[in-house]
Each structure stands twice: as structure tokens, then as C-alpha cells.
Design a protein around this ligand. Structure first.
Ligand code: ZN
Length: 114
């Protein structure tokens, strides 16, 4: 693309002075494109890392909190089961609650199990 443009300029204008000016402009343009390319690469890398992190988190949620329960403290779904207790109301009937500890805030929430 760029080479084609240079070729066109050489064919149209011919003169070395004009060619020199155009080459200087092209060098400037290439520099700008290289900077833009570096910025875009950095952004793509950042986005890829973000997606990777989100994927890891989703897999962890699916594994550790398949019910999609939410922390009573902060609302996060990043919970890990850390125990259980008898349900305060129906414990006598053998119904239990799962104790889920929130990774972000550390709060323990209880959820009645089916
Ligand atoms: Zn929390």
C-alpha cells in the first residue's frame, strides 16, 4: 500500500527534490503509524489479560458457587464454601445451610440447601 503510493509519486512527479519531500512525509507518517500500532498492541494485550482474568473468575464461580449465591456483605458472587450448619428454622428436620465465605470482603453468608 505504502510502496504503491511511493511508486505512484515517483512516476507522477519524477524530480528528486519532490521525491525527497514525499519521503520525509512518508517517514513521518510511518512513525505515527508505528506509534499507533504500539499503542494498539498494548491495548490488545491489556484486553486479552482482562478477558483471561474474567474467564478464570467465571470458571471459579462455576466451580465454587454453582448456585450463583451472592455475598450478604458486598454482593459479590466470588464465594467459596467453607462449611455448613443446621438451618436455624428447619435444622431439626435435617435441613442445612451452606456457609459461603466471600473472597473480596471475607464475610460469611449462609444459604439454605435443598
Ligand atoms: Zn463480600
Amino acid at each position: 500500500m505504502l510502496l504503491k503510493q511511493i511508486e505512484t509519486l515517483i512516476n507522477e512527479r519524477g524530480s528528486a527534490a519532490v521525491l525527497g519531500q514525499h519521503l520525509a512525509l512518508l517517514r513521518e507518517r510511518i512513525g505515527a503509524l508505528e506509534r499507533e500500532n504500539a499503542d494498539l498492541r498494548a491495548q490488545a494485550q491489556e484486553a486479552q489479560a482482562h478477558v483471561q482474568h474474567q474467564g478464570d473468575q467465571l470458571r471459579r464461580f462455576a466451580q465454587d458457587n454453582p448456585e450463583g449465591w451472592r455475598c450478604d456483605g458486598c454482593g459479590s458472587a466470588d464465594l467459596a464454601r467453607t462449611g455448613s450448619r443446621p438451618d436455624p428454622t428447619f435444622g431439626a428436620l435435617g435441613i442445612k445451610q451452606a456457609a459461603m465465605t466471600c473472597r473480596p470482603c471475607g464475610a460469611v453468608s449462609y444459604f439454605t440447601l435443598d
